[in-house]
Ligand binder design. Structure first.
Ligand SMILES: Cc1cc2nc3c(=O)[nH]c(=O)nc-3n(C[C@H](O)[C@H](O)[C@H](O)COP(=O)(O)O)c2cc1C
Length: 366
């Protein structure tokens, strides 16, 4: 069961939802970076459950401890291990699921593959495994902010059928980030965010769930990240996003809508901006030939509605018998508000890994 991400800046995540702890080990983080728990905790707080009335009411402080890899608050070059202890696990919530496969969750496939049920709240299929991604991602974000001008921002652009209008103009990225954190949905338009929040509360009362779309902007990425074949930057970003539980679709740049344009409309014309080669449009989403061209990278990530719902559903148990399931337990009626920091962290891990690898791209860089 592989849980490793990255080639050089390598993150291994561990732990299960209702086990003792979750966390990660980060290898090959360069020595000499100032690093304390306070660098990591803010993003974990944005991800943690129970932060508002539209998230799961499981109460977890999600307090991180750095166990190794730093000395006097500086990285040593040794593996950095970070742990978050689970405090509010309730295995009894899952008692009625012991032999039943929740529709569209990982229960059936986990059982078919490993021969046992990940009873502890979804085992490695649980979104608590993303704590390791967010913790490692906070280190990656710090490296990017100190060594590049790259800024990463994600926000909720739609929930079910409520979307930001096409006329929505993305503000300056610092302002965007502040607007996103002003409401529990993490949508930068406060009026649309209020509508989304009402919808999530309504479907939650009905024992149902909704999905939506998160938009991701990576501003000022270094030119030259990624490579032309399997480690294309777009492929790596798509892969890491598809690795987030409940993600069902990823678009980069013009995405599917680009397929309905002509080449003359879609091509991003180059121009010389005082010595820097730039493009007038950005349908490529900042990536051409698998390599970043320095323009902002745009992605859209589609999340399905949460699988576990209180409404009655038809399913089968592990004997193949028909069962009508009514799930108990605490669940997110919509996973998107908490997924925003996960998306940012996942992108930061890919960019940092590629940034470090890029040092080997030319002899003159050595
Ligand atoms: C932040 C976050 C929170 C989640 N919370 C829940 C939850 O409370 N209940 C649930 O059934 N699924 C939840 N999920 C999604 C499941 O983990 C996921 O649907 C499941 O592992 C099956 O994987 P798949 O949907 O990618 O096929 C959450 C996902 C994320 C990103």
């Amino acid at each position: 069961m592989s849980s490793v991400l990255g080639t050089i800046f390598r993150t291994t995540t561990f732990g299960e939802s209702h086990g003792k702890a979750v966390g990660c080990v980060v290898e090959n983080c360069p020595a000499g970076l100032e690093l304390k728990e306070e660098d990591i905790q803010p993003d974990l707080d944005r991800r943690k459950p129970g932060q508002s009335r539209i998230t799961t009411q499981r109460k977890e402080p999600d307090t991180v401890s750095i166990l190794s890899g730093t000395y006097q608050n500086k990285t040593t070059g040794a593996p950095i291990s970070m742990v978050v202890y689970n405090e509010d696990q309730r295995e009894k919530d899952y008692g009625n699921l012991e032999h039943v496969f929740r529709p569209s969750h990982a229960d059936f496939t986990y059982h078919a593959k490993y021969g046992h049920r990940a009873l502890t709240g979804g085992g490695r299929a649980s979104a608590r495994t993303t704590i390791g991604i967010v913790a490692a991602g906070a280190i990656a974000k710090k490296i990017l902010s100190l060594k590049t001008n790259t800024v990463i921002a994600a926000y909720v652009s739609s929930i079910h059928k409520i979307s930001l209008p096409l006329s929505f103009a993305i503000p300056e990225i610092g302002l965007l980030k502040r607007e996103v954190e002003k409401n529990p949905v993490r949508c930068p338009d406060q009026k649309i965010a209020a509508e989304m929040e009402d919808l999530i509360l309504q479907v939650s009362k009905e024992g149902d769930s909704v999905g939506g779309v998160i938009d991701l902007i990576i501003e000022n990425p270094p030119v030259g990240l990624g490579s032309p074949t399997f480690d294309r930057l777009d492929a790596l970003l798509a892969s890491v996003m598809m690795g987030i539980p409940a993600v069902k679709g990823v678009e980069i740049g013009s995405g599917f809508s680009g397929s309905q344009m002509k080449g003359s409309e879609h091509n991003d014309a180059f121009y010389n901006d005082s010595g820097r080669i730039r493009t007038r449009s950005n349908f490529s989403g900042g990536i051409q030939g698998g390599i970043s061209n320095g323009e902002p990278i745009y992605m859209r990530i589609a999340f399905k509605p949460t699988a576990t719902i209180k409404k009655e559903q038809e399913t089968v148990n592990d004997k193949g018998e028909r069962v009508i399931l009514r799930s108990a337990g605490r669940h997110d009626p919509c996973v998107l508000p908490r997924a925003v920091p996960i998306v940012e962290a996942a992108a930061a891990l890919i960019l940092t890994d590629q940034f470090l690898l890029n040092k080997f791209s030319k002899f003159e860089n050595l």
